[in-house]
Design a protein around this ligand. Structure first.
Ligand code: MG
Length: 339
């Protein structure tokens, strides 16, 4: 009997509206994928659609309908199944990664081992995760910094028209390490002008200041920058890495961009071969999606897995970033349970 795929809509709400350079919201809907084998063993995954990468809730559901009959009978055929999905319907990374995560979960459960162990990783090697402070008024920023007391490293979203005010407000409120993500909101020239300002405020990492295709812009900025430059929107899959070599210091891998846990592993290997740093990011998603990513954290230099920590309520229990430290579950597969 072929593997069976079912979906369930998840309604998520962030504690505060989450605002970045492209806008923001507080209500999110994601899709939970359940894949069941002949013996009734279930694997779970989550699809967090991002409009910026061309996906919506509707496209995710349509893509999952297309993918469901292609799973075959053997969940251990991970490479072949993922290849089949990609060749049948390209892109749709959030939909595909929900299946990839569910298959890895299922395989881990069949073998009785957590995914990180199957990959030969040391759970204790995961770096600390940042916690993101989205754009807001000075009063709200101060409130959010207070709420983030347990997290040792903060990530700030810049690229709007009140960047300096935001930097000043946060720096006045805390002396923690700060990392900046401008989400394509700056020009290369403006970024070069901002570099000494960021340094003055103690910023240690700069993520995606320029638009996705502005690789020359990245090169210009890198000639002036002492802090590592990370490509996020410019680096969707492994195929994007070669053109970024020499233009950035590292890449931000996200499952909802690359569409597969195996593709994420390939991205790590390719980036490392080019001497680049690897960062792991996320979307706003529950602990189901976050945990699928968390299994990769021992391979990373920089981790930003706060998607579930930003939620008012989380329907799942899995990996956590309590106190900033990534804690991987010990249970088989992804190790995620319903709350
Ligand atoms: Mg980013």
């Amino acid at each position: 009997m072929p593997l069976r795929l079912e979906t369930e809509l998840l309604h998520l709400r962030t504690r505060h509206p989450f605002i970045i350079a492209r806008g923001g919201q507080s209500e999110y809907r994601t899709v939970m994928v359940r894949i069941t084998d002949n013996d009734g063993v279930e694997g779970w995954g989550e699809a967090a659609a991002t409009r910026f990468y061309g996906e919506t809730l509707d496209t995710v559901q349509a893509a999952l309908l297309t993918y469901a009959p292609l799973l075959g009978e053997d969940p251990f055929q991970l490479e072949a199944i993922e290849r089949r999905l990609e060749l049948t319907l390209r892109r749709n990374a959030a939909a595909r990664v929900a299946i990839s995560a569910a298959l890895h979960d299922l395989v881990g459960k069949r073998l009785g081992q957590p995914v990180w162990k199957l990959w030969g990783l040391d759970a204790a090697a995961a770096p600390q995760s940042t916690f993101t402070i989205g754009m807001d008024t000075p009063e709200m920023i101060r409130k959010k910094v207070g709420e983030a007391a347990e997290y040792p490293i903060l990530k700030i979203k810049l690229g709007g028209d009140r960047d300096l005010e935001l930097l000043r407000t946060i720096r006045d409120a805390t002396d923690k390490e700060l990392r900046v993500d401008a989400n394509c909101g700056w020009t290369p020239v403006h970024t070069v002008r901002m570099l000494p300002v960021l340094e003055e405020f103690g910023v240690t990492v700069l993520e995606q200041p320029v638009t996705p295709d502005d690789i020359d812009g990245f090169r210009l900025i890198r000639r002036h920058s002492r802090m590592p430059l990370i490509a996020d929107e410019s680096c969707v899959t492994a195929a994007d890495i070669p053109r970024l070599v020499g233009a950035v210091d590292g890449i931000n891998i996200k499952l909802a961009k690359c569409g597969s846990l195996r593709e994420a592993l390939r991205m790590v290997a390719i980036a490392r071969a080019h001497g680049m740093m690897v960062m792991l990011g996320c979307m706003i998603e529950s602990s189901l999606g976050i945990t699928a990513a968390a299994h990769l954290t021992p391979l990373m230099d920089i981790v930003d897995l706060d998607g579930a920590a930003l939620l008012a309520e989380d329907p799942f229990i899995g990996a956590t970033i309590a106190g900033g430290q990534v804690q991987l579950p010990d249970g088989p597969g992804l190790g995620v349970q319903r709350r």
